[in-house]
Design a protein around this ligand. Structure first.
Ligand SMILES: Cc1cc2nc3c(=O)[nH]c(=O)nc-3n(C[C@H](O)[C@H](O)[C@H](O)COP(=O)(O)OP(=O)(O)OC[C@H]3O[C@@H](n4cnc5c(N)ncnc54)[C@H](O)[C@@H]3O)c2cc1C
Length: 296
C-alpha cells in the first residue's frame, strides 16, 4: 500500500454547504480512485470508521468529534467523455454542474437538469438526486464500487440497482462508489442544450435560496403533495431556531444565517416534523443524511 496522507482534527463545517459540522479525527481528500481505495483499505486494516463526503450538500453533521477517517471525494475529478457514443466515465468526485455544462458543450443530451445540483456524481448516485422526474439513475450504465468489508472492487450493472425516489441501495449496503459509467444521447443541438442548461440553472436561482448556506430540500416530498407547500401553509416560512431559519423563498429549505450550529438545525427539523404531523397528519421524512445523530 502506498503512503497514506491525511490531516487530523479537521473542522467539517468547511466541507458542507450548510456550513455546520463537527471535527473529523482524520481527514483526507484523495486525488484519484487509487488514493481513495488505499484510504479505505487503510481504515479497514486499522479498524477505523470511514465516512465519505462528496460536496457535503446533503448532510447534517453533528457538532461532535467524528472518530475515524472522513474522506472527501471532491478532488477525484477525472472524467472521460466519448462524444460519438455518449459514454461517460466519471470519478465519484465530479461535480454535477461541471458535468452538465461539459455535456451540453459537446452536444450530449440528457444532463441539462443536473446543472443546479451542487453535488458530486458519487453523492448523487447515493442519494438518487434528481430534478422533477429526472435523475442520474436514468443515465446510469454501471457503478464501480469497493466493498468496505471485503475490500473487493467490482462493477454493479444498473439493472441490479433498485433506485427509488431519493433512494439508492448504497444507503443500505457497505459499498462506496469509486466511479460511474453513464450514457447520454449523442448528436444533440449544442445551442439548444446550452440554452436549456442555462434556463434550468436560472429557474433554480429564481425559486430557491441558491447562494445561501443550505442543504437543498430538507424533506422528501410525501405522496401527492410537496413538503415545501405543507410547511408554507402552516405559516412557517421565516421561522427560526438560533441561527437556523426556514427560507422565506422556499418552505423546504433551511438556511444557516451564519450563526447556526448543528443543534439549531436539528431542532428546527424536529419542530417542523411535529407541526406538520399535528396539523396535517403527515410525517415528513428527512431527505438530508444525518451524521453523528441518534437518528435512524
Ligand atoms: C442549493 C442546493 C440545491 C439542491 N438541489 C437539489 C435538487 O434539485 N435535487 C436533489 O436531488 N438534490 C438537491 N440538493 C441536494 C444535494 O445537492 C444532492 O443530494 C447531491 O446529490 C448530494 O451530493 P454530495 O456530493 O453533496 O453528497 P454529500 O452531501 O457529500 O453526501 C450525501 C450522502 O452520500 C454519501 N456519499 C457521498 N459520496 C459517496 C460515495 N462516493 N460513495 C458512497 N457514499 C457516498 C455520503 O456519505 C452521504 O451519506 C441540493 C442541495 C443544495 C445545497
Amino acid at each position: 500500500m502506498q503512503n497514506i496522507n491525511f490531516e487530523e482534527r479537521i473542522n467539517l463545517s468547511n466541507y458542507t454547504t450548510i456550513k455546520v459540522g463537527g471535527f473529523a479525527e482524520y481527514f483526507s481528500k484523495p486525488n484519484n480512485a487509487d488514493e481513495f481505495i488505499n484510504l479505505i483499505k487503510w481504515s479497514h486494516l486499522n479498524n477505523q470508521n470511514c465516512q465519505i463526503l462528496g460536496a457535503g450538500s446533503n448532510v447534517l453533521i453533528n457538532n461532535i468529534f467524528l472518530k475515524g477517517l472522513t474522506i472527501c471525494t471532491k478532488k477525484m475529478r477525472s472524467i472521460q467523455i466519448e462524444s460519438h457514443s455518449g459514454i461517460v466515465v466519471a470519478e465519484a468526485g465530479v461535480m454535477l454542474p461541471t458535468m452538465s455544462n461539459m455535456l451540453a458543450k459537446i452536444g450530449l443530451k440528457g444532463g441539462e437538469w443536473a446543472v443546479g445540483i451542487p453535488g458530486t456524481v458519487g453523492g448523487s448516485i447515493y442519494m438518487n438526486a434528481g430534478s422533477k422526474k429526472l435523475s442520474l439513475a436514468n443515465n446510469l450504465l454501471s457503478v464501480q464500487v469497493i466493498d468496505t468489508k471485503t475490500l473487493k472492487i467490482f462493477e454493479i450493472q444498473k439493472k441490479d440497482l433498485n433506485f427509488q425516489y431519493r433512494f439508492s441501495p448504497f444507503q443500505q449496503n457497505n459499498h462506496f462508489i469509486i466511479s460511474a459509467k453513464l450514457h447520454f444521447e449523442p448528436k444533440g443541438n449544442i445551442k439548444q442544450l446550452l440554452e436549456t442548461t442555462r434556463k434550468n440553472l436560472k429557474e433554480k436561482i429564481n425559486t430557491q435560496p441558491y447562494d445561501l448556506p443550505s442543504f437543498g430540500s430538507v424533506f422528501r416530498n410525501p405522496t401527492n403533495t410537496y413538503a415545501g407547500k405543507l410547511i408554507e401553509e402552516l405559516g412557517l416560512k421565516g421561522f427560526k431556531i438560533g441561527g437556523a431559519e426556514i427560507s422565506t423563498m422556499h418552505g423546504n429549505f433551511i438556511i444557516n444565517n451564519s450563526s447556526a450550529n448543528s443543534k439549531d438545525i436539528f431542532d428546527l427539523i424536529t419542530v417542523i416534523q411535529q407541526k406538520v404531523l399535528q396539523k396535517k397528519g403527515i410525517f415528513l421524512h428527512p431527505e438530508v443524511r444525518m451524521i453523528g445523530f441518534d437518528y435512524p
